[in-house]
Design a binder for this molecule. Structure first.
Ligand code: SF4
Length: 179
């Protein structure tokens, strides 16, 4: 026996900002939205830390913040990572290696600058050997302030990055920046 479906229920009016959903199991969307949905739910970040902010990064991957729930898992190789979280002080010597790792990551890729040291040199900004911000060598999508930022702050930043990815346009339309 087949249950009758009220046409008014099968095709409800789309809520503002939402695409119509067919209750028979069909979702209407665009290629952009589908690609962005898959990408924002499978962000693999490079296993990379250079100083104490790295401890907070490790904690963010731990059971309390648990960014795995967003599909975010650490990868040991830049070739399978689409996110670099720069966690820690970057010396000029390390900046060169960081740029190399970034170049080895496939497009599209993102960079989160985590903490004062990565943002601007932080406590060590006056040191002869410390880079005054990772954005001097690679493009940065998101800056997280603090020394160190807590796992909650990093989690919030990663959620903002997901929102940015959600709005990107690849197959037509204008790219929209993060809000
Ligand atoms: S911002 Fe603070 S906690 Fe992070 S690496 Fe620099 S000194 Fe360490």
């Amino acid at each position: 026996m087949t249950a009758e479906i009220d046409p008014a229920i099968r095709r409800p009016a789309a809520a503002p900002g939402r695409r119509p959903v067919d209750h028979a199991g069909i979702v209407l969307t665009t290629v952009d939205d589908f690609v962005n949905w898959t990408r924002k739910n499978s962000l693999w970040y490079l296993l990379f830390a250079t100083a104490c902010c790295g401890i907070e990064l490790m904690q963010t991957g731990g059971p309390r913040a648990d960014v795995d729930r967003f599909g975010m898992i650490p990868r040991s190789t830049p070739r399978q990572a689409d996110l670099m979280i720069v966690a820690g002080t970057i010396t000029y010597k390390m900046a060169e290696r960081t740029k190399l790792l970034y170049d080895q990551m496939p497009e599209p890729k993102y960079v989160v600058s985590m903490g004062s040291c990565a943002n601007c040199g932080g406590l060590f900004a006056h040191s002869y050997s410390v880079l005054k911000g990772i954005d001097q060598v690679i493009p940065v999508d998101l800056y997280i302030p603090g020394c160190p930022p807590r796992p909650e702050a990093l989690t919030e930043g990663l959620l903002m990055l997901r929102r940015k990815i959600e709005r990107e346009r690849w197959f037509g339309g204008r790219a929209v920046s993060a809000g």
